[in-house]
Ligand binder design. Structure first.
Ligand SMILES: O=C(O)CCC(=O)C(=O)O
Length: 253
């Protein structure tokens, strides 16, 4: 059978535990918003106009069209003990070690995507590999993500869509006309194979850095929050420890 490249771990979190993770996400957002308002931060504007702000050891990626709303925070695990504990949770580390094909795994980076009701913006077609390659080089291929669903995700609130099997083709052609140079050329993707992965809260979607994926804006009345924990073979530096070398992008198609 063809390997689609991703796997769903159903019902991994539930009940009070899932509620605690959701509360942790809200608490972290409150703290970050308060610190951002203090003005002791540094702001960077990306070539596509998105604003990124360093606040207390995390990067706030603001929603481009909704002033004051956070699109994502990364890295985020250090901001709450309930998040930090996920790095060593065997329900995640077991499947992730299997996916990466190695005995011991460690952290690469963590992220909290809010994808809020009504304002959560699009993530255009991309491979995570491209975003990490300028820091980690070819080692970015050895990183895989566990996406933990804090809310139900359906087509209506911007569930993740994937191209099954796309991980097998390695780096996909980028859109060289797009200002960041990090997104893929949609005209060169087999979008007919696109599959929207609708999952209930508490599920986990695991996938490698070469799987092509995207999500549409959340125009619904339901939040679609997810935590992304990205693992790699143990002993390698984390993303935040690596310098960003933009010229490395030229290695990728
Ligand atoms: O949360 C999403 O819809 C997309 C997540 C993703 O691809 C990313 O954060 O790189």
């Amino acid at each position: 059978m063809n390997d689609p490249g991703y796997r769903v771990l159903s019902g991994l979190f539930g009940g009070a535990e899932l509620a605690r993770l959701g509360e942790a996400a809200e608490a972290v957002q409150r703290d970050v918003l308060a610190k951002a308002a203090s003005g002791q931060t540094s702001v960077q504007v990306w070539p596509d106009g998105h604003r990124l702000e360093r606040v207390d050891g995390t990067t706030v990626h603001w929603e481009p069209d909704a002033p004051g709303a956070i699109r994502s925070l990364s890295p985020v695990s250090q901001l709450h003990p309930a998040f930090e504990a996920l790095w060593t949770d065997p329900r995640l580390t077991g499947p992730m070690a299997e996916l990466l094909g190695c005995g011991e795994i460690g952290p690469f980076v963590s992220k909290l995507n809010f994808k809020r009701a009504g304002v959560g913006s699009e993530f255009a077609w991309h491979q995570d590999l491209t975003f990490w390659y300028c820091c980690a080089g070819p080692a970015a291929r050895d990183v895989a993500t566990a996406m933990i669903y804090l809310d139900d995700a359906g087509a209506g609130n911007g569930a993740l869509s994937v191209i099954p099997g796309s991980h097998r083709d390695g780096p996909a052609p980028r859109d060289h006309a797009e200002p960041t140079g990090l997104l893929l050329d949609a005209s060169k993707l087999d979008a007919e194979r696109e599959r929207t992965v609708e999952l209930p809260a508490g599920s986990v979607l695991v996938f490698p850095s070469t799987l092509v994926h995207r999500s549409v804006p959340n125009r619904s009345e339901r939040d679609r929050r997810t935590l992304l924990f990205c693992f790699q073979p143990a002993g390698r530096p984390r993303l935040a420890e690596l310098p960003y070398r933009e010229e490395m992008l030229a290695d990728l198609p």
